[in-house]
Ligand binder design. Structure first.
Ligand code: 13P
Length: 249
């Protein structure tokens, strides 16, 4: 089956609310491509103004994190209910920066994935290896482990609606993109892992993105690969170039 591509911008900790509105307004006409799902994953404080600015366009607004409890004494956190209340449809879960700087683990990633699904938010589930792990030759084993733990207690029907983002850590923000063959190899291995756990129908439907220094000159080659269904884009999602990535063909 033909999977619809999904290109998501991960703004990380960039853009104040007023800057977010300006960026959404600038990009709106540039990303108006109905053949691709377009998502902007913005800082929490930008969600509401970004949603307002994106109204009537094809842009969906996503969050970059949520907490796995319903509510309560969790200072600084944001719940799934808060996100759905304003119309958030996607959430990035387990980005390598959250694993590195905020002590997220495969287990907390799993709890967050389950919470997002419970509330009807599509998780963009991140996985990826360090350069050392790649050099040790353990990339595929490690990614399979990350995926298997992230999807514990997720049913087949739920899994097929989720998105996986393969982001080699050595390619993030470094300008050093994985080659399209390297990216394809791991995305194919992820799909095989999903096939083993959930069967062929889920594996055929689930969308797998590549992330790590995606830009307007490498997007077309990456997205042409059979198991790469779009991208999770950091730096290049903050400028007009993002329009060229969405219109990669
Ligand atoms: P860059 O595109 O800036 O390398 O970031 C990738 C990323 O981490 C997206 O989540």
């Amino acid at each position: 089956m033909a999977r619809k591509k999904i290109v998501a911008g991960n703004w990380k900790m960039n853009k104040s609310p007023s800057e977010a509105v300006a960026l959404v307004n600038e990009l709106k006409p540039l990303v108006a491509n109905q053949e691709v799902d377009v998502v902007f994953c913005v800082p929490s404080i930008d969600i509401i103004p970004a949603l307002e600015a994106a109204k009537g366009s094809n842009i969906e607004i996503g969050a970059q994190n949520l907490y796995f409890e319903e509510s309560g004494a969790y200072t600084g956190e944001i719940s799934a209910t808060m996100l759905t209340d304003v119309g958030v449809k996607y959430v990035v879960i387990g980005h390598s920066e959250r694993r590195e700087y905020f002590a997220e683990t495969d287990e907390t990633v799993n709890k967050k994935v389950l919470k997002a699904i419970e509330h009807g938010i599509t998780p963009i589930v991140c996985c990826g290896e360090t350069l050392t792990q790649r050099e040790q030759g353990i990339t595929i084993d490690l990614i399979r482990q990350q995926i298997k733990i992230a999807y514990q207690n997720v049913s087949a029907d739920q899994a097929k609606t989720t998105v996986i983002a393969y982001e080699p850590i050595w390619a993030i923000g470094t300008g050093k993109t994985a080659t399209s063959d390297q990216a394809q190899e791991v995305c194919a291995a992820i799909r095989t892992c999903i096939r083993e756990v959930y069967g062929a129908a889920v594996a055929d439907e689930i969308r797998i993105q590549y992330g790590g220094s995606v830009n307007d000159s490498n997007a077309a080659e990456l997205f042409a690969k059979g198991d790469i269904d779009g991208g999770l884009v950091g730096g290049a999602s903050l400028k007009a170039d993002f329009g060229k990535i969405v219109n990669y063909k």
